[in-house]
Design a protein. Structure first.
Length: 196
């Protein structure tokens, strides 16, 4: 069980908002404009811009700023620990054998979080080691958890790892989870009577 620090980076929604702002500005400036060299007292237009383009620029800028603020607010208020990867796939294993992989619990919010509980559903899956909880995670900090797969029978097996985390201002713990998938197979018997 390892705790690591990882700097918080802008999320994908924030980057999309920045791209939207750039696209709006480019669309407004690339529209054809009549040649103007000075302020037009009759129309009130700025030099080099028509009223239509002024509306486009103002509207695009307002939409971009709104999107950036909304996405940033949403990201800051996502007060729950994230589990990565969201789906953990184990290689095929013989019945009775054991495979092990690692999941990472990450605090992607801007505030400290406490991991209150880590649980697994699915009879073939288990935690290799149960950490001491609650465990505090600073922004950007991550906790590695080892998960084992020991198929009890032949065929596909499914499970889920669930994480409950709490933080400042939350009335109840928030839940995050990852899917667990594996497949069991019977031990193969070779022609000379041995197993393989």
């Amino acid at each position: 069980m390892q705790v690591q620090r990882n700097p918080v980076r802008p999320g994908r929604p924030f980057r999309k908002a920045v791209v939207l702002a750039v696209c709006c500005s480019m669309a407004a400036f690339m529209a054809p404009v009549p040649a103007q060299s000075a302020w037009d007292d009759r129309s009130g237009d700025l030099p080099g811009f028509t009223s239509k383009q002024g509306v486009l620029i103002a509207g695009g800028a307002a939409a971009a700023v709104t999107a950036v603020v909304w996405f940033a607010h949403k990201k800051r208020n996502s007060k729950r620990a994230a589990v990565s990867p969201a789906k953990l796939v184990f290689e095929e294993a013989q019945v009775g054998a054991r495979k092990e992989q690692t999941l990472t619990i990450v605090n992607r919010s801007q505030e400290p979080l406490a991991v209150e509980e880590i649980s697994i559903r699915g009879e073939s899956f288990a935690l290799a080691e149960q950490p001491a909880l609650p465990r505090s995670l600073a922004p950007g900090q991550q906790l590695e958890v080892r998960v084992t797969f020991a198929p009890a029978s032949k065929g596909s097996a499914k499970g889920r790892l669930q994480v409950l985390s709490s933080g400042p201002g939350l009335k109840a713990a928030k839940s995050s989870s990852a899917r667990l998938v594996g497949r069991g197979r019977h031990q193969q018997i070779s022609s000379n009577g041995g197993s393989r």
